[in-house]
Design a protein around this ligand. Sequence first.
Ligand code: FAD
Length: 409
Amino acid sequence: MIDFTLSHEQRLLEQTVREWGAKEVAPKIRELDNEHRFDQELILGGMKRLGLLGISVPQEYGGAGMDYVCLGLASEELEYVDTSLRVIMSVHAGLNCLSLLTWGTEDQKQRYLVPQAQGDKLATYGLTEPAAGSDARGIQTTAVKRGDRWVLNGEKMWISLGDVADNFLVFAWSDAEKKRRRDPSGISCFIVERSFKGFSSGTLKEKWGILAGNTGFFTLADVEVPGENLLGRDGEGFKIAMFALDQGRYTVAAGATGLIRACRDASTKYALERETFGQKIAEHQLVKEMIARMEADYQISRMLWLKSGWLKNEAQRNTRETSLAKWYATVASELAASNAVQVHGANGYSNEYPVGRFYRNCKGAVIYEGTREIHTLMQADYVLGFRQDKALRCELPGYASQDIAGAKA
Ligand SMILES: Cc1cc2nc3c(=O)[nH]c(=O)nc-3n(C[C@H](O)[C@H](O)[C@H](O)COP(=O)(O)OP(=O)(O)OC[C@H]3O[C@@H](n4cnc5c(N)ncnc54)[C@H](O)[C@@H]3O)c2cc1C
């Protein structure tokens, strides 16, 4: 059966987030962006009240218990207003919370997932380093076992919410010999708290997009992490890092879809107001072409992320589909934002109109969570038969089944 209709709960969620964004955030976003200010009370406070910070976490772990399509809908609505809002969904609700839900022990879920899902603690994901992004095996952070603790040393860079989050998933080499051989089964994943001794962080000041959000770096100097904060098993970190990206990329895809819609709506409004050569620019065929492209890409992108969300609800592996959705939507959002500026002419080149902000914001998503080139290679490799996804020890629980038994020790 193919059913394209949203359920009552999904439509309600979409409407609620849309109204909150339009009423509470949209009137202030230009000022926040201009001032490079992340207004935690307004943004996190609102998202917490709406239950978005634990949206797809089951209620028994403090979440809203909504399905993965709801996670996508919220991401789309949030990025319609500003990319900085959706980024919170990606790193906190997607990359971090869903990894804890899937790979965490019951103790880890109680200690970390519950307060995160309730919006009392903010969480993010630290894989990238100054010298390693796409080439994740190139990370240099190390974890050395000392008694019942791990000692972590290293530096993480370009971390969304890096200077404000409370909890971090940190990826580090726990096997020195495998690090030398670049064997990813030597990487492990750790839950690190900001409060741990030896942790320090800062904000990246020269960033030119997503200015109403926080992007930072953090340093681990002999940080002692309790043994019970190892997520998954020793050596499972690379798999967890890639698993997490399946969830984060999904929110990025849905978010970029919202950005395309925002470009379409702003361009439509302007094209119906602005006149040249005695008629509205909406009457010019070349302007129509740009708006038509936005509409087509919006509809295509939405179908792609909805398919991923459906697969997630059904507990079916979706790495391939999520990669395609992320790749397509982010690249299309870059074209949509560029054309939205074009439709606005010189006014598009000014922060008086939102499309300049859309143009600055869209580029990040073509880089993070797998660059355009990495997704191009992935898609080719699937088609050519060079890449297959193997079953994981822990898989994202489907929404229908609500099978949340989690990792076995
Ligand atoms: C705003 C923002 C927020 C971010 N948030 C986070 C976060 O929360 N957590 C986190 O861990 N990271 C985060 N990142 C980092 C992001 O994931 C990396 O920037 C990304 O993985 C790319 O890595 P890189 O910047 O080192 O580029 P590189 O990997 O050095 O790539 C440089 C260029 O080379 C190309 N390239 C590299 N390898 C290949 C190849 N094999 N074939 C073809 N082309 C290739 C790339 O596509 C790119 O065009 C964030 C980045 C940004 C911009």
